[in-house]
Write a protein that binds this ligand. Structure first.
Ligand code: LMR
Length: 335
């Protein structure tokens, strides 16, 4: 029989051992889940501010449980790598423009059809409707889940020369996002499109690698494109909006309370960012006008009709992939 001293020693040793074993588990349980949110634009843009709002709300709702790290301006991953990084688990949230998903689903190409939506309000109606909401889940089989749509704004067309009628774009080189629809759009104008990551555009414009580009007022201003372009034609011919996406496996594996808190933070950050987007674009338009570097070229109704006609062939080319029903639903969102 062991003596009482031996029993006490064994109990004590067992207690120390179990405390030691529990320590890492305790530390692990208390370590916040780190959520890396990577994006390519500047902080003072609709997407940049949306990401910061999401961080604030998520950390407020889940104190000590999550830590959101936001990486703007392609600091962590640029266009070419961010979707891959998300699928590999190197980041947990990204918000690429809707033009950058065509490798994952053809349906989302709808957002690139030129002159489909009259304005951002129409885009919003389509995204909030059943077809738009369905698209958030259209890449699940590729490991991606869409959590929200975030607005930026309507696109304008800029070049280093004069730009008023479609013939002015003929023969020029334009930087485009990685989208086959946008490639077809510039080919329809007789121009030469070049797919290029966002972070490379300023230098490509400055050095003459490309002559022009298309983007929102907010992106043009925050990237200083107006300083290296001569004319920005106010075409409003398309939209740059975003889908906030996450890795489906990571998302599905989150504890329910964390998922709920993050979903709420995302819904609130989305409402906040989407309310700001139009104002930011209009303020940045004014800053570009005041800077007096590139001329803002207004277009008459007739001018716009000419651009619309020149880009029309693109619709036919992609109607099969996108689906006529989806296009009709989008058209109905114009009022
Ligand atoms: C672009 O590549 O021009 C934009 O999609 C960048 C962005 O994220 O707004």
């Amino acid at each position: 029989m062991p003596s009482s001293t031996t029993v006490r020693r064994r109990c004590c040793a067992a207690a120390i051992l179990s405390a030691a074993l529990a320590l890492p588990a305790l530390a692990w349980a208390q370590a916040p889940i780190v959520i890396k949110f990577s994006h390519v634009v500047a902080e003072k843009t609709p997407k940049g501010l949306g990401a910061l709002k999401f961080k604030e709300l998520a950390e407020q709702k889940l104190p000590g449980k999550v830590q959101v790290q936001v990486f703007p301006s392609s600091q962590l991953f640029g266009d070419a790598k961010e979707l891959e990084a998300l699928l590999l688990g190197d980041v947990q949230l990204i918000a690429p423009s809707l033009s950058k998903f065509d490798r994952y689903t053809k349906k989302i190409q709808i957002f690139d059809l030129p002159f489909l939506f009259d304005d951002i309000a129409a885009v919003d109606r389509f995204q909030s409707g059943p077809q738009g909401q369905e698209l958030l889940n259209s890449m699940k089989n590729r490991g991606l889940v869409g959590l929200a749509y975030w607005h930026n704004g309507m696109k304008q067309l800029s070049t280093k020369g004069e730009l008023k009628v479609p013939a002015d774009a003929k023969g020029l080189k334009f930087r485009i996002q990685a989208s086959d629809v946008l490639e077809a759009q510039f080919r329809a104008l007789g121009a030469n499109p070049q797919k290029m990551a966002f972070a490379e555009v300023y230098q490509a414009l400055q050095t003459g690698v490309v002559d022009g580009q298309e983007n929102t007022w907010s992106n043009i201003y925050s990237q200083k494109f107006h300083e290296v372009q001569k004319t920005i034609a106010e075409t409003n011919h398309g939209v740059i909006d975003y889908m906030v996406v996450t890795n489906a496996k990571w998302w599905d594996g989150l504890p329910p309370d964390i998922k709920k808190g993050l979903s709420e933070a995302m819904a609130e950050a989305t409402a906040h960012a989407n309310k700001l987007a139009e104002d930011i674009n209009q303020v940045d338009r004014k800053k570009i006008a005041d800077a007096n570097k590139a001329k803002i070229q207004p277009l008459s109704k007739e001018d716009v009709a000419a651009w619309r006609k020149a880009m029309e062939p693109v619709w036919k080319k992609f109607e099969g992939d996108i689906g006529r029903d989806l296009i009709d639903a989008a058209l109905k969102s114009n009022k």
